[in-house]
Design a binder for this molecule. Structure first.
Ligand code: PMP
Length: 409
């Protein structure tokens, strides 16, 4: 018997396609689609047209939907008046876009604990070793900024895709700003778990991916200050990015605002689905979601602590706040083989490897700071989110104990 109307009509944050035979615990790679996103796509499929490019009813409605989606996302990230919200393909795309829009001569300061998407696109990188504590991070950043002149960007993740640890973004941003540097936050793993707000984070820019935020693949966001974006060459030259084109090469006026960096026909379905999820999160009780996630995390970690041969890794220590991501070192086992067996024999989807964060995983596995791309055993990552249950946590703990007890690799 349903106890509330929501039990009948469901919630926009219900995961669609949930299957009792399969446990998805790889949300950090891509989260499952929720109903808000599916409904948005379903609604649009029979009526979409080209965005910004037609006078027909379909095109007009699609243009409106696309720009409304931008407004919704702007609210979700706490965009300030004058900020630009650009729809991109994903976080990687958003960070590459921004990296190409920096003024000439910009130095980028980063820690080497970043995902490759936030490690590799940046010009003139000054790379600091991943710190062992938030205090060390602050001290290390100060030391690096002390000697720098010219435009400086400091780029940092909101939450680690490897350990799930929440980085002290606000403290670091305050330091960076006191030196006149701008701050970029890679919110790919933060946004799915906690409310994000550019001002609260102290961010000048942030980037996120729709597919980690319960929407389909192919839409991401770069949000932040407009001046550098407006002054930069368009990310993709072409239609949409150009306001007027003359007969001779080079005779042209680029578009301003988000359009400047959204060359080509935009991903309407992706943007609208992403915005629908943002809307659903904005309307949801985030405090309740957070509490549920933390309870689940505690249950999972307590269970894993009792599995012989599995050791949770962390950068800032086991008590540091984290989102629903846990990585395990499995000395004497091949994490890839263990992950395969969890899938094959127990119907549990996790991920093994270095998670596009090679320097960090080398450090966490004690493989040392060789500076070389050596052979690193990697880790096993379990990650969850909306729709995950205590039963999922118990199943992966029991399955891991079985696999490690019988693993012969
Ligand atoms: N940053 C972080 C922290 C991530 O976890 C990821 C994805 N694993 C990315 C950036 C890149 O996201 P995408 O592949 O969607 O571009």
């Amino acid at each position: 018997m349903p106890s509330s109307p929501l039990d009948v009509i469901g919630s926009p944050l219900d995961v669609i396609g949930a299957d009792d035979d399969f446990v998805h615990l790889d949300y950090a790679a891509s989260a499952p689609c929720v109903r808000a996103a599916a409904d948005a796509v379903h609604h649009l499929l029979p009526r979409y047209g080209s965005v910004h490019r037609g006078t027909g009813v379909r095109s007009q409605a699609s243009t409106l939907a696309y720009e409304l989606a931008r407004d919704v996302v702007a609210e979700f990230v706490g965009a300030r008046p004058g900020d630009t919200v650009v729809f991109t393909r994903n976080t990687t795309d958003a960070l590459n876009l921004l990296a190409r829009a920096l003024p000439a001569g910009t130095t980028t300061v980063q820690f080497d604990g970043e995902h490759h998407a936030n490690l590799l696109p940046w010009p003139n990188p000054l790379r600091l070793p991943a710190p062992a504590s938030p205090d060390e991070a602050v001290g290390s950043l100060k030391g690096a900024l002390d000697g720098l002149s010219g435009p400086v960007v400091f780029t940092v993740t909101g939450a680690s895709n490897v350990t799930g640890e929440v980085w002290p973004v606000r403290e670091l941003a305050d330091v960076a700003h006191s030196y006149g540097a701008r701050v970029v936050v890679d919110a790919a793993q933060l946004a799915p778990h906690v409310p994000i707000d550019l001002d609260d984070l102290g961010a000048d820019y942030l980037a996120l991916s729709g597919h980690k935020l319960y929407a389909p693949f192919g839409a991401g966001v770069l949000a932040g200050r407009s001046d550098w974006l407006d002054a930069a060459e368009p990310y993709l030259a072409g239609g949409g990015a150009s306001a007027a084109v003359g007969d001779r090469p080079g005779e042209l006026t680029w578009a301003t605002g988000a359009a400047r960096h959204e060359g080509g026909t935009p991903n309407l379905l992706g943007a609208v689905a992403l915005a629908a999820v943002c809307d659903a999160f904005t309307a949801a009780d985030r405090a309740v979601l957070h509490r549920q996630e933390q309870e689940l995390l505690a249950r999972l970690r307590a269970g894993l602590a009792g599995v012989p041969g599995a050791t949770e890794v962390s950068l800032f220590g086991p008590d540091h706040p984290r989102v629903g991501i846990v990585s395990l070192a499995l000395p004497g086992h091949d994490p890839a083989e263990v992950a395969q067996r969890l899938g094959r024999e127990h119907g549990i989807g996790v991920r093994a490897g270095q998670f596009c964060a090679h320097p960090l995983v080398r450090r966490l596995t004690g493989a040392g700071r060789t500076g070389a791309c050596g052979d690193v055993p990697g880790l096993l990552r379990i990650s969850f989110g909306v729709g995950s249950t205590g039963r999922d946590a118990d199943r992966v703990v029991a399955a891991l104990a079985t696999v490690l007890g019988t693993d012969r690799t």
